[in-house]
Design a protein around this ligand. Sequence first.
Ligand code: UDP
Length: 192
Amino acid sequence: FPRINVLNVPFINTTQTAFLTAVESRIDHRQNTFIVTANPEIIMYARNDLSYQHILANADYITPDGIGILKGAAILGTPMTERITGYDTMLALLEWGNQQHKTVYLVGAKPEVIADVKKVVADRYPNLKVAGTHDGYFTDFSPIAQDIAAKQPDMVFLAVGFPKQEQLIAAHRHQNDGLWMGVGGSFDVLSG
Ligand code: UDP
């Protein structure tokens, strides 16, 4: 995809539909894929954190999550096509994963929230296999990463907020050649 820089962050400039098609194809081919859905908060944070900048530079796709990014790009004279949010992308991929009988691993949010998310997913996406779940209040991610490595899910959604979710993904993505995506507060929304 063409890229548009906003404060040195290279956002992809495409439609949600074209983006999903590309991501789905990568998942089908078991290509290791790291998506960051970046809002203004994230790009402001990256300005002062070199290691987070490095993490962003190694992501496969950075999408404009939030109208603030689109407004910024327009002001800079490089308008973007549309917003691609983490929540919408996650929902679309869960839907696709259900149709394609894919496997998913869900980590993040409070224990009661992830328990609800598990029920919602089982109910709404019966053909999607949930390989594992964990709440987001662990002290050591290693055992969870090992479980992900053992199960090799098609998609891993990590909802522990930024910058932690991206830091964990950057450190562990080599353990599973699937999709890795930080989804912030999305589990709270999905759980209702
Ligand atoms: N969270 C978590 N572990 C933590 C801190 C936060 O699982 O150690 C969860 C929290 O319960 C919430 C999400 O991460 O579900 C953070 O949502 P927020 O909207 O703050 O994240 P952002 O969208 O700003 O990245």
